[in-house]
Design a protein around this ligand. Sequence first.
Ligand code: GLN
Ligand code: ZN
Length: 764
Amino acid sequence: MTSATNLGFPRVGRNRELKRALERFWAGRETADQLLATARQLRREHWETQREAGLDVVPCNGFSLYDHVLDTAVMVGAVPDRFATISNDLERYFTMARGGRALIGRPGVAALEMTKWFDTNYHYIVPEFHRDQGFRLASSKPIDEFREATDLGCRARPVLVGPITFLRLGKTEEPDHDPLDLLSRLVPVYEELLRRLAAAGAEWVQIDEPILATDLDDRTLTAFDRVYERLAAAAPSLKILLAAYFGTLGPALPRLLKLPVAGLHLDLVRAPEQLDAALKEVRPGFALSLGLVDGRNVWRTDLTAAVDRASRAARTTDVMIAPSCSLLHAPIDLDAETKLDPAVREWLAFAEQKIEEVALIAWAVKEGPAAVEDRIAENRAALKRRAESPLTRDPAVRERLAKVDAGMLDRPSPHAERRKAQRARLSLPAFPTTTIGSFPQTDEVRKARAARKSGDLSETEYEAFLKRQTAEAIRWQEEAGLDVLVHGEFERNDMVEYFGERLEGFAFTADGWVQSYGSRCVKPPIIFGDVARRGPMTVEWTRHAQSLTSRPVKGMLTGPVTILEWSFVRDDQPRAETCRQIALAVRDEVADLQAADVAVIQIDEPALREGLPLRKSQWAEYLTWAVDAFRLAAGVARDDTQIHTHMCYCEFNDVMESIAALDADVISIESARSGMELLGAFREFEYPNEIGPGVYDIHSPRVPTREEMDGLLQKATAVLSPEQLWVNPDCGLKTRRWEEVKPAVAAMVAAAKSARQRLEKKGG
Ligand code: GLN
Ligand code: ZN
């Protein structure tokens, strides 16, 4: 038996209806009923779209008002005490996600933490557990949404976050407490839920355990045997599809195939070799869900190959055709992209096109490829055009890349030497102060950008506006007493898009939004061809800013790894190769800034750690090419050009060697919120270069005091040598308001002065 299925569909809506409804609701401009009606309408549209595209079974309960892990926490009653007093369900839910504002007579409530969902750019809400954690079935959401889909005449498969993944993704503050200890209390809740789903008429349930794509300890792995035996027995009529994705199951595969579940989903895009391995071991009647269509990228599937593989599998066992993972990570509808170059467009598939591909593969398996011959022929022809397209290949780029040698990755001298040259050129005080690059993107800035887009503002007027903003920012920074200034990034909408728009090989969508978290969506560029720089990308802005002041202005670039990680990347060559192409373009920009007398250049790499593969065995390979790409970009800098880099929150401990290997002269990191905790890694490693540990938590509207920041600086000086330290905020200030930024930066500069005085007293 073969069926066309899906693991999950984007929630936000073609026109980001969910985002808009959420924001209206949060602003008090819409009632809960209105929000819930929008949500219901979206679910309905999504189910109908999928059914009409030819899916036999549609997923349900993948929809969420904010996040599916938060939904799971609420469903099993894992609501931390600080939210328990909020009696309204929706208010409690959103307070868990976003925190609660302090009101008179009621202090603010801190939100649950948020972190990256495996190696995607989606962020989930981190559940909090404690040793005495109890669970109960506290919500009927999966059952309600199953009924909703069924009432619309859809065959629906409820999707649940699996209990093991759920506990593993959660956190506990208690020492020696492993959330997995809570399994025996959690499983009964799932048992009850499965019984209720069976009673409601569900035939299949999809239980997602993506944790299986990570390195698991023995304890976690054996838990699968126990847990799934119980879940399978809980509701014998309900068939469980255990879904793992984002990578290979590794040595766990044979063991998982022996579980008493009815099917297993395999990500055959990331780990195609798993199919043969599974077909060897699979028992009769067991269903394999074949993730043949890339759920995380935007490229069309090679249907010929997919049909071939699926047909082979179907000769051995029951198969479900599926995307590799939930389509949550793909933009929704390619048909809306009328402005894309048609030559590139025909290589792409978004969520809606991907489910059509799934249906087509299933149809070809059932009826034989002849039944869909024209569609497959058309697909083959498009893929051939892509493979042969000159748009994807720039001989000059390839030739240049072939000539890159190891020497290009190194600065002329070691940091100790460079430091002397830079000190002499920049004449900075101890504890130099700077900011991370962006200043508030005010309504005024946003309006001007919109006016330029609509044509209400001419290019010249817009530029004049931006120059005025920059000039004001420079004047204010001088007054504030900052040592290394920035131009403020007013001309940038986004730190990747800005560069992508100035590079060959990138395409941009009009509506290719993907959920990042809650109501926040991003629109990643598509890298379809060789990357080359058309000309200087930032030099004019930096030069203009520098012309207004005698203090050094930092040139501001996004690094090659971050541009790569925050884009949809071509799948016809290794990512490392694409990254090196971007690195060469950034290198040219560094050279041009340097030639324009810019003495300090920052290459932001906030995504460097995010790019780490899920399996440790693949870390070294990734880190090697990622670090090399940064070095290729920075290596062109002379000794007296100071290279900065910036990373946001980052667990440095296990990648310290690579951070040091970047050999940036100065690294600024986020550390205010954790009270400088992260610096331990730098001390232990005896990090040799300079560091700016953030002293100002820019994620909060709160203005920190001089004393507070001075306290953080004292902590930092206790760990690192004062000569190494810079004073800066945690990250860019674009999301803050000037009313917050001005006093905060003034206090930060004052804190740096106190630190200098202390140093002088000590005779430094
Ligand atoms: N230079 C960027 C800014 O200041 C860095 C942003 C980031 O780290 N994500 O906004
Ligand atoms: Zn940052």
